[in-house]
Design a protein around this ligand. Structure first.
Ligand SMILES: *[C@@H]1O[C@H](CO)[C@@H](O)[C@H](O)[C@H]1NC(C)=O
Ligand SMILES: *[C@@H]1O[C@H](CO)[C@@H](O)[C@H](O)[C@H]1NC(C)=O
Ligand SMILES: *[C@@H]1O[C@H](CO)[C@@H](O)[C@H](O)[C@H]1NC(C)=O
Length: 315
């Protein structure tokens, strides 16, 4: 009796559960761009892309609020490109704020699709790469699902082969300087986590938790019966302890998270071809060559867009 009262008391008096976070940023279609700045930079991954600035993106309709529940971020789908000129106009946006311990929830209706596309939702400290770490939440190329979540770090961060997660690990060394910067990835179990299958299913929710004890990524398809209420409804706080087994789990067993991960920006980018999408283009069953296809077929990129309902950050 006494023991159970003591237990009850200690649980009532406990300061906060490890997995509890409070809302710090709500990014909705109205005011969506206030959270971001544009990176009109040369693509570090050598893609057939021309990242434009905010004025150009707005003027060309590459970023726009489509409704209260829909913010569009897209590539140009109208222009035939001069093969010796700049790549296809597209957008790379980066949060002005940085985050350490946090949860981010992305409610996504649609992601870019089409041969040659290489979209990503990720977190990084660009000046300190790779020693400041990189967390790829959504990434893939040429419509090839499923999604993979991947960490890239400096030397000395590895993942155990066996972990509590629903996805399947690929490589275990997160060190960007080995294995051609493949990083330590986890392949998601369901095709509807990426590309056309994701879009045909109405998208879904991606969430990342970064804490000293580890990094976790969850994915719930749009009609999932297990999506937590706080995720679905955009709650004012979330408790990741109640979210079930993560899709990808990167524990700190043999990777000191605080040492390998600096303060991160959230980045959303869409490039074409380049180091990854270009190098596996023909294996993906795509026509012609990647650069030629991107140059000559603007209409093939009518679905090369993200559609976000919201992004919420909890700290
Ligand atoms: C886009 O995102 C990925 C992260 O997955 C990153 O490695 C890559 O450098 C970015 N590509 C471009 C073109 O900015
Ligand atoms: C969109 O939101 C605004 C205020 O945030 C509201 O006045 C308007 O009625 C909403 N429109 C729709 C179609 O829900
Ligand atoms: C892992 O995280 C826990 C909880 O934050 C911490 O107590 C422990 O020291 C960490 N271990 C390593 C190897 O970083």
């Amino acid at each position: 009796m006494k023991a159970s009262i003591a237990l009850l008391l200690s649980s009532l008096l406990a300061p906060a559960y490890a997995g509890t976070y409070s809302i710090s940023h709500t990014v909705l279609p109205t005011g969506f761009l206030d959270f971001f700045e544009f990176e009109a930079i040369a693509d570090p991954t050598h893609g057939r892309v021309n990242y434009v600035n905010k004025a150009t993106a707005v003027a060309q309709g590459l970023v726009k609020k489509a409704s209260n529940t829909s913010y569009i971020i897209r590539a140009d789908d109208k222009t035939v490109l001069n093969p010796s000129g700049a790549g296809r106009n597209s957008v790379r946006i980066k949060s002005t704020k940085t985050f350490t311990k946090h949860v981010a929830v992305f409610d996504v209706h649609h992601m870019p699709q089409g041969c040659g596309t290489w979209p990503a939702i990720w977190e990084v400290n660009e000046p300190q790469w790779p020693n400041g770490g990189e967390i790829d939440i959504v990434e893939g190329v040429n419509d090839q699902g499923p999604n993979a979540a991947t960490l890239h770090t400096g030397a000395g961060c590895t993942m155990p082969a066996s972990r509590k997660e629903t996805g399947t690990p690929t490589l275990l060394d997160c060190n960007a300087n080995v294995n051609g910067n493949a990083g330590c990835g986890v392949k998601f179990p369901t095709a509807n986590s990426y590309g056309p299958a994701f879009n045909n299913n109405g998208g879904g929710w991606y969430a990342v938790e970064r804490a000293p004890a580890g990094i976790k990524v969850w994915f719930w398809p749009r009609h999932s019966t297990t999506v937590p209420a706080g995720v679905k409804n955009g709650g004012s706080s979330v408790n990741t302890d109640n979210w079930g087994t993560p899709t990808a789990n990167f524990p700190n067993t043999s990777c000191d998270i605080s040492q390998h991960f600096a303060a991160h920006n959230i980045i959303i980018n869409l490039t074409f071809c380049g180091d990854w999408a270009g190098s596996v283009y023909s294996q993906s069953g795509c026509p012609s060559t990647c650069d030629d296809y991107v140059n000559n077929n603007p209409g093939a990129f009518s679905k090369a867009y993200f559609d976000f309902a919201s992004i919420r950050v909890y700290e």
